[in-house]
Design a protein around this ligand. Sequence first.
Ligand SMILES: [Zn+2]
Length: 440
Amino acid sequence: MASKLVQGKHSLRNRLLIAAGALAALAAGILAAERPGSADAAPSTGYSVVIISGDGMGPAQRTATQLAKYGYKTQPMDALPAGGLLKTNSILPVTDSAAGATAMGTGHKVKNNQAGLAPNGKKLENLVELARSLGKSTGLVEDHDVTNATMMGFAAHVKNRDNKAQAARQYLEETHPDVIFGGGEEVWYPEGHPGKLPDVISDDKSTGRENLVKKAIDQGYQYAWNRKTFDELTGPQALALVQDDAYIRGHEIKGYKKDEDPHFVPEPVLMEKALEILGQNPEGFFIAADVDELDDAGHEHDGKSIIQSGQIVNKMVEVVQEYRETNPNVLLIVTADHETGGMTVETPAMKSTNSGPDGDVPAYGTPQNVPLPGGETPKRSGPFKVKGKDAKFKVDWTTPGHTGLMVPVTAAGPGAERFSGVHPNTFVHEVASDVLNGTP
Ligand SMILES: [Zn+2]
């Protein structure tokens, strides 16, 4: 697989080398296979890649976040020097997160709902496994459960995205990400185990089969469950199962404020710590990060949460960009697995024509996020103020599900300029693996 990953690069190289003869080509092949440090113009440290996926983050999600938080200025995720569009289809025109992440994480288009597996069931090498085979450190950073479909596409091989406990076990037994940061402790503890986080709503109760936290600790992982223990993490291996930024929690628990929850760690802080720990490896690292709340908010037609979650992407981008100032060998890619909701940005005068949300979070109800009889704007769809201006805008939707739209991709660092143009989402994997292989 690894050799296939660099095939694109080799074919370009080979075209240049045909004239130089077979011997030169052989020498170049050997050179390309060597690690950074020995190749020409090699950096002093290995190449690294950070992928931030805003789950369901299409052009409208990016635009609404920009207008509400930066006015007409360019937001951090759009200020990266290179960019293009990605086609998001799986083997169907409309993908889910598992197939979307698998395309980016393994370079293969697969069936929806399964991650890291070819349609024939064969395991596909993912970027976590590739980076590890190159001696690099690896990490997962997630605002929801760290065993969700997106993380699976980068670090697991499961037939069904609902098999979260299986993904957790695979992290420890097969793919070994050095840093595992996110929510979802319930699948890491056996049923009946109280875990470390308080069980407030039914979703909090342990549903796993074995104590995977103990297994991780036995393997040498440091373990954190709240902000205090998180701040003490030093690595090189760390598992943090903290309170996720769950959509349901914020709306089902009266008066819940995540920032006052001692078990909540803000996503940019998760990223900062991941960089601090993984950056200790001179060979470099790979990080897959996901802001899943964008997708939930898209399904629920919740423009307010879209904007808040989009801003989390911007804050994570700022953390990585600051890190890149002293570590320029890091390629940062900001994109999405697909678009959710068929969202658009309109003037407030337009009637809302939105379809209904998918109803996973019925807490809102009329007039928060459902279509109103006279076409009035549901509260969660606006109008929103354009930052620093008198102008306002609203958002509208066409579907409670995912769409087959292209999504923006922006990037900075080695290989970033390759994203110019329109590419399949598997191209993320092609560029990322070339950079990890030391041939951006
Ligand atoms: Zn979704």
